[in-house]
Design a protein around this ligand. Sequence first.
Ligand SMILES: C[S@@+](CC[C@H](N)C(=O)[O-])C[C@H]1O[C@@H](n2cnc3c(N)ncnc32)[C@H](O)[C@@H]1O
Length: 192
Amino acid sequence: MGRDAIPKNWPPAVPYLSHPSFAPHITKTQLDLLRIRTPDLTSSIPTNLPRGPCSLAGLFAARQLEPGTLILPYYGIVHSSLPPHSLNHDKSDYDLWLNREANVAVDADKAGNEARFVNDYRGVRERPNAEFKLCWDARSGQQCMAVFVLPSGKNASTKAGTLGIAKGAEILVSYGKGFWSKRKEEDEAPVQ
Ligand SMILES: C[S@@+](CC[C@H](N)C(=O)[O-])C[C@H]1O[C@@H](n2cnc3c(N)ncnc32)[C@H](O)[C@@H]1O
């Protein structure tokens, strides 16, 4: 796979990222905080994970995926969540916290990779089968958000044979109740 490869059917209006992109306002202090591997970052992206299109999944698993497996990193524009650069007043559906201490989030609205298409499980199946998790990218020596198969016991189905993600199944996370209650409020708000 060449360095400039992009996934099939990628929307032409959204630049495809094969690494995080840093907004120009990100400070050295914020960057330095992202370069610390804190003890809670037990999961990692290995140095041999290729850049570019993901071989394990687009939105659907390309093969059976075991609990806890790294599926793919979540790339977007790494930006400060504090004013004046905060995107809060125009927060996108693709914006995830990266590091609260550094006030840094990653937004895949304007640019990203396949992970920006991961849907919520509600209305699709009974439970999520994957999660967004902060991990350590050993390739760049930086903290990175990524999508992992839910480990056994973490909201995952415990029925025999249903752990992990079966080949062909959709990758589904939980956006959290807060996401959908906010969406409901917005939908019900009177049009100004
Ligand atoms: C991060 S995007 C996910 C990708 C999106 N489906 C797309 O095709 O670009 C988040 C948006 O996807 C839609 N979405 C995700 N999960 C959904 C679900 N379970 N039911 C309905 N809409 C969903 C919502 O519109 C949400 O704002």
